[in-house]
Design a binder for this molecule. Sequence first.
Ligand code: SME
Length: 159
Amino acid sequence: MAEELVLQQGHKAEQYQSIIPQIQAIVEDESDVIANLANICAALKQQFGWLWIGFYLVKDDELVLGPFQGPIACTRIAKGRGVCGAAWQQQQVIVVPDVDQFPGHIACSSASRSEIVLPIMKAGECVGVLDIDSDELNQFDQIDAEYLQELMLIIEKLI
Ligand code: SME
């Protein structure tokens, strides 16, 4: 495993194109899921500097907080609640340009202004979500959704 990430400046597409292969290299020699999810959060945090990046994993029909980077967060989220619970229920990527406009948004951090949540699918079932929050409005768009779905293909093989 490389000891240091190479961080990319420039357009976010270039940043994703640089970090995704590095993440692949970091996780491919490690079999422990938690270790890999933790390093994925750290790599995304280092590259993009977003406020909060983390995983919630489905356990006993709830989303339970997993590895993350950022301020402390809610530990459990029910199906359908907040953006994470909605992404789980709908099994689809949700981009929220302004969290104050999302009914039922769970404000773990008052600094969060926009977010993107992607379901982690395994054998047709959602087994968790990747939640990314920004302290800026309108931080996420279709470019993030596309590249993070590419990253999700790596994540889904780990779980
Ligand atoms: N914003 C999320 C809750 C999780 S935290 O932001 C870390 C939501 O509404 O689903």
